[in-house]
Design a protein around this ligand. Sequence first.
Ligand code: PFF
Length: 478
Amino acid sequence: MSGHNVWTHKGTFLLAAVGSAVGLGNLWRFPYLTGENGGGAFILVYALTIFAVGIPILIAETMLGRTSRQSPIMGMRHLTKTHKTSRAWESIGWLGAASAFLILSFYSVIAGWALHYTWLMLTGSLVGADAQTISDGFNALLASPGLMTLYHTLFIAGSALIVGMGIHKGIESGLRIMMPALFVILIVVLIYGIINGDVGAAASFLFTFNLSDLSLEGWLQAMGQSFFTLSLGMGAIMAYGAYMSSEASLTRTAIAVAFVDTAVAMVAGLAIFSLVFGAGLETGQGPGLMFVTLPLAFAEMPFGALVGGVFFILVLGAAISSSISLIEPVAAFLVERFDMTRPQAVMIMVVAAWAMGLLTVVSFNVWAEGTIFHSLFGRSAFEFIELLTNIFMPLGGLMIALFAGWALTQSEVMKELGTNATWFKIWRFLVRFVGPAAVSFVFLRTIPQVEGYFIPALGSLIIVGAFAASQRLRHTKA
Ligand code: PFF
């Protein structure tokens, strides 16, 4: 790929970024985290983080891609040279590539479960089943490394096929068919939920805020989720940004992506909780919410098998449009750096992520306990990989914010953003101070010995202040 590959239309980046953002994060993770954390208060923290931290970083990450017009690793290398900053910033690209690889490995396994449920639903196997049968069925799936590997393989191979066909014939064409279909299905499922479920109970669960209900853990999860759902800090957005038309507005596009992504999470939450409450079920199931509680609700409702089947197709489509954005940054890097063909590059990334995914597969059965991961980190390999990505993502986001806000030559940045001076100042304030302070706060607060909010708040101010001072000095010397 040359550095000048660009999407066919001005609006394609928006389509691609929404495809990346809307995924298992919205349909599976958001509802179950909200369910576990008691509803409204969780959503409040989540939404605030999206708007104050997520959108400015989304703008920054897209901008890094578009100005460099290369894959994240090569692009960061290029920017450190042209803006005469430290080479250390190149680590943003490497960190992104590592996170994309790790996320893809487990994302594909979980999307594989949706493949299983699409099949179960459409064949009518769950019609009229009781709670015990459905939860036994899910446990049987988790207990079978063979079955999970099969689904994982099918899903990742499908994603590889799309990316292997190139950004126009594969990614663009795929998204152009998938995304409108997904929105239609989502609306159908919402209407079905309103008719058959209890939308009033769902709405009051989602939109009644009581901050004191929210545990500290819930706070952290809400912030982590807002990064995950916007696909931030992973190179995915940067890689897609490299193909973005120079004419499209960075700020407007980023706001639109965040808006659609949040709306999808809310509509999915409303539909899922309507069904769950309508069937008199509990919200706090954790990851099983989509695979146990929801199938149970469908099992009891009219046309449940059909609508349930269509719902799981939605989950699959949303997952595939996200997983392709995890393959792209690494594949594009391999093409640029080692002159590989695109199919070769995709193959290397996907085979490696597939093999890594086997660790997630066995974490639910043969390696569910007593492994080296349990003795070293007190958790399974899957949980460890998830923890790593939960650290890498905000860390990547933090570095992107600092790099864009402080290290780059600001006159160039203002030109690239193309906004007026006031918007530029607001954006710069958010990426210079608010984003970094919020992320440092969360990191400091996760240290087990630190209690309360005072020390993390003070600590984050000190970190951001020290960083700001060091960058000022560098610029005055230069
Ligand atoms: N944003 C996706 C979701 O919500 O499911 C997950 C994701 C995709 C995260 C791509 C990161 C990424 F680079």
